[in-house]
Ligand binder design. Structure first.
Ligand SMILES: C[S@@+](CC[C@H](N)C(=O)[O-])C[C@H]1O[C@@H](n2cnc3c(N)ncnc32)[C@H](O)[C@@H]1O
Length: 249
């Protein structure tokens, strides 16, 4: 890790020693949100974008949202969950496209999606009635009962701390329980496990396949490889699918 990341890690370990019950994800997101509100350190562009102009907000996630919607063969009658929805630069496009009540956004804290709701505006919110919840027992139960056709998680997996990866994949699998449900997420892939930033992790292909036992791997689309700390990593867009009932017949 670079010295700046080592300093962040030292700060986190100090916090963890005093607050062992707070997971890394909540530590990080609460801190990023607080810093952003204070106008100190800005979080990543993906989270900050809802504070920009409406044009920037709608443009920033458009290409990725369109790609995800095409991959999912999304129809307005489908139900979609975004796991780690941030400030909705991607989710906004799903909300606009889907029938009212057919989008559910989940995130570690509510601060970023509340900014996204403001960027969507009252008219779209009232016409489409998207639902939002933090990732806790109630939110997960509600999301499971939502019976999603599509669950997607964009630029989240790479940030999931190893202490939380089992829970991350367990939750994704739980929410994509419907026979035939599609699970789309991106990640980083490498021959060996690698932490390449304070909050960046890359894993071998077998790690992802094992984590989603019970799903069929439909697609793993690799992006341009690059060297990180002497290890080659590549971004990867995954599509997994829950087998449909007739595949068991
Ligand atoms: C870079 S942002 C991406 C937001 C949004 N998906 C997008 O593409 O604009 C990462 C998001 O993942 C969420 N996140 C981080 N760790 C997580 C975890 N362990 N489980 C679920 N969400 C997590 C954060 O709260 C944040 O909203």
């Amino acid at each position: 890790m670079r010295p700046a990341d080592e300093a962040r890690e030292a700060r986190y370990l100090k916090f963890k020693a005093k607050n062992p019950q707070v997971p890394f994800s909540r530590y990080l997101m609460e801190r990023q949100y607080r810093n952003m509100r204070k106008g100190d350190q800005a979080p990543s562009g993906a989270l900050r974008i809802a504070l920009g102009s409406p044009d920037e907000f709608w443009q920033s996630g458009r290409a990725k949202a369109e790609k995800l919607m095409a991959r999912a063969e999304l129809a307005p009658s489908h139900k979609a969950i975004e796991y780690g929805c941030g400030s909705l630069r991607i989710g906004a496009h799903f909300i606009r496209f889907l029938k009212a009540g057919h989008f559910l956004g989940l995130d570690v804290i509510d601060g970023f999606y509340e900014l996204g709701k403001r960027a969507l505006g009252p008219e779209l919110l009232s016409a489409k009635s998207p639902r939002f919840h933090v990732i806790d027992a109630a939110g997960l139960a509600m999301a499971e009962a939502f019976d999603a056709d599509v669950v997607f998680s964009n630029v989240v997996c790479v940030h999931v701390h190893p202490d939380e990866t089992a829970e991350y994949f367990r939750n994704l699998a739980r929410l994509a329980h419907k026979p035939g449900a599609r699970l789309l997420f991106n990640a980083h892939i490498s021959d060996v496990p690698l932490r390449f930033e304070f909050d960046g992790w890359s894993w071998p292909m077998a790690f992802y396949k094992n984590a989603l036992e019970g799903f069929a791997l439909v697609r793993a689309e690799l992006g341009r490889p690059r060297m990180q700390d002497g290890v080659q990593t590549a971004p990867v867009d995954f599509e997994f699918r829950r087998p449909s009932c007739d595949q068991f017949a």
